[in-house]
Design a protein. Structure first.
Length: 223
């Protein structure tokens, strides 16, 4: 009788141990699964942040994301500021109805690639945070190929630095023109206040040394 009870006890102990092992394995699996789900959520969140940052970098709204510190308050502040939807600054729209920097970016893109990106298309893209179906409006969601091509070109080639130099050259040309023609009545404006016609003229003059720059006539005509 004692031997039979001992055998039953061993079986029960074995069963209990098996249950404990199974519970431990299941608990470990669930913990691992939850950690993996959290990791994937964090990666998706970080990718969304950097999707917005690449967009904002391309459109001269921030510096290169790689220059952001990897930790600390500065990184967190920049993530909050540039890692989500931002409309183009409405205060940047001048008296001629354009954001001069965004307008010049489309000209810069065309001059380097031959690809025409409509300024109005850019303004329309930034006008909404969401698509008509309620999803986030992201440049790389397959619905904005022109914006995606532009952002990819700027990002992969770090063209913002080249653009900054280009903007400086055009701004210097504008200032020099003012210094040479102010006695003839040409009034000075900041680059951000220029009309699309004046920007177009400066773009042509920068590309062609033989182009005769005449900003005075444009200003007199209300441009």
């Amino acid at each position: 009788m004692m031997r039979k009870l001992s055998k039953k006890a061993k079986i029960m102990i074995g069963v209990v141990l098996l249950i404990i092992v199974l519970i431990g394995s299941w608990t470990g699996y669930r913990i691992h699964q939850q950690q993996e789900e959290l990791r994937m959520e964090q990666e998706a969140e970080l990718e969304l942040i950097y999707t917005y940052m690449r967009l904002h970098y391309a459109f001269a709204m921030m510096g290169h994301p790689e220059e952001i510190p990897q930790s600390g308050e500065v990184r967190e502040r920049l993530h909050r500021l540039h890692g989500s939807y931002r409309e183009l600054n409405p205060n940047a729209i001048n008296a001629h109805g354009i954001d001069a920097i965004s307008y010049l970016l489309t000209k810069f893109y065309y001059g380097h690639t031959g690809i025409y990106l409509s300024y109005d298309l850019v303004m329309d893209y930034f006008s909404e945070e969401f698509e008509p179906d309620g999803s986030l409006r992201l440049y790389n969601n397959g619905k904005h190929p022109e914006i995606e091509a532009f952002v990819t070109w700027v990002w992969e080639n770090r063209k913002r630095e080249v653009f900054s130099e280009y903007l400086d050259r055009l701004d210097s040309m504008h200032v020099n023109y003012f210094l040479e023609h102010r006695e003839q009545g040409f009034g000075f404006q900041g680059f951000h206040d220029l009309s699309p016609q004046m920007i177009d003229a400066l773009v042509r003059a920068e590309a062609n040394p033989d182009y005769e720059l005449d900003l005075t006539s444009l200003q007199e005509a209300g441009y």
